[in-house]
Write a protein that binds this ligand. Structure first.
Ligand code: Q46
Ligand code: ZN
Ligand code: ZN
Length: 307
C-alpha cells in the first residue's frame, strides 16, 4: 500500500512523510506543514477576534504545561512582543518541575519571565485550607487572577493571554449550555475587553485542539509538565471533555463546529443583551480593584499576619 501523502506537500511538489491526521479538517500533514498550519490558524484567530497587534505588549500566563508554553513559543515565532508570567503555587511534585520548564523556555526564546512566589506572598496552595474555606481550585483561581492583572498592569502590558484550548472552551460551553448558565454564557468569548482597571484577556488557542497543541509543543522539542495539577480532578469538566471526545471520534469536527457555531450565532446576541453592573472600588491596602473595602487577597494576608 502506498503511504498517504501530505495534503500540502502534494500541491508543492515536496514529499515529507505524513505525521499528523486532522480528520476535522480533512488534512493529512507532514511535520513541517502541520507547524505552518497551526501558526497560520492561531494568527488568523488573533486577527479575526482582534486580540492584539504587533504594537501590543503581551503577558502570557505560563503554567509549565503544553498549551501555555506552546502559545508563548508560537507568539514569539510570529514576532509578537510577548513575555511570560509564572505563578509558583507551591504544589509538591508539580510546581518546581513546571517552573523549570517555564524558565527553560524563557532562556530559549530570550524573553522575560516574571515569577510570583505564592509560597512567600501567602502560603503554598496545599496549606491554604487553614486560612480559607474556599476549595483549593477556587482560591487558586482568585489568587492567579489577582496576580496576573496586577503584574500585567504594574509592568505596562496591554493584553493578558492564556493557553485555553478548544477542548477547554468546548467543555465549558457544553457545561454552560447543559445548565443554561446565561451569565457565564454571555461572558464566554475568546476576547474579554479591558474594563477599567482590568486588562484585556485573550485566548489565542481557542480554535486549536488539545492534541494539536500537544503536537506543536512536542515537534518544537519544548519540555513541559505532563501530569495534571493534582487538584485538577473537577469530575464534571473531565466528564464533559470525555463526552465531547466521544462525539468527536464518531463525527470529526464536532468540537470545532459546536464552539465556533456558538461564537458566530449565539455569542453576539448575548453580548447585545448583556448589562454589566459591577460597582468597583479599590482595595484600601494594595490598591487593586475589588468589590469590598479590602480585597480578598489582602484579607487573607491579614489573617495570616503577613500585613
Ligand atoms: S492550578 Fe490551581 Fe488549576 Fe491546580 S489548584 Fe486547581 S486551579 S487545578 S488550572
Ligand atoms: Zn507537507
Ligand atoms: Zn488588596
Amino acid at each position: 500500500m502506498t503511504p498517504p501523502k501530505c495534503t500540502i506537500c502534494k500541491t508543492q511538489n515536496t514529499a515529507f512523510p505524513v505525521q499528523v491526521l486532522l480528520p476535522s479538517y480533512n488534512l493529512k500533514l507532514c511535520q513541517k506543514h502541520f507547524l505552518e498550519w497551526m501558526e497560520k490558524r492561531v494568527y488568523e484567530t488573533i486577527e479575526k477576534y482582534r486580540m492584539f497587534t504587533k504594537n501590543d505588549k503581551i503577558l502570557v500566563a505560563v503554567s509549565g504545561g503544553k498549551d501555555s508554553l506552546g502559545l508563548w513559543f508560537l507568539l514569539s515565532q510570529l514576532g509578537y512582543e510577548a513575555n511570560g508570567l509564572y505563578i509558583d503555587l507551591g504544589i509538591p511534585n508539580y510546581s518546581s518541575e513546571s517552573k523549570t520548564y517555564a524558565c527553560q523556555l524563557a532562556a530559549r526564546i530570550g524573553r522575560t519571565l516574571h515569577i510570583v512566589d505564592i509560597t512567600t506572598e501567602l502560603a503554598p496552595i496545599p496549606e491554604m485550607k487553614q486560612w480559607s474555606k474556599k476549595p483549593a481550585c477556587s482560591l487558586c483561581g482568585t489568587i492567579k487572577r489577582y496576580y496576573m492583572n496586577r503584574i500585567a498592569r504594574e509592568n505596562g502590558y496591554t493584553v493578558l493571554a492564556t493557553g485555553h484550548n478548544l477542548d477547554d472552551e468546548a467543555a465549558v460551553l457544553w457545561n454552560n449550555v447543559m445548565h443554561w448558565n446565561m451569565d457565564y454564557l454571555s461572558r464566554q468569548y475568546p476576547v474579554l475587553p479591558a474594563e477599567g482597571p482590568f486588562l484585556k484577556k485573550v485566548k489565542p488557542l481557542c480554535r486549536i485542539s488539545e492534541k494539536e497543541s500537544a503536537l506543536y509543543t512536542i515537534f518544537h522539542k519544548i519540555p513541559y509538565i505532563k501530569p495534571e495539577c493534582p487538584y485538577s480532578t473537577h469530575a464534571s469538566s473531565l466528564e464533559n471533555k470525555r463526552i465531547l471526545q466521544k462525539l468527536e471520534e464518531e463525527k470529526p469536527g464536532t468540537k470545532i463546529t459546536f464552539y465556533t457555531g456558538f461564537l458566530k450565532n449565539l455569542a453576539p446576541l448575548l453580548h447585545k443583551n448583556e448589562k454589566r453592573d459591577i460597582s468597583l472600588a479599590f482595595c484600601r491596602i494594595c490598591g487593586e480593584p475589588t468589590t469590598t473595602e479590602i480585597c480578598s487577597i489582602c484579607q487573607l494576608k491579614q489573617k495570616m499576619g503577613k500585613i
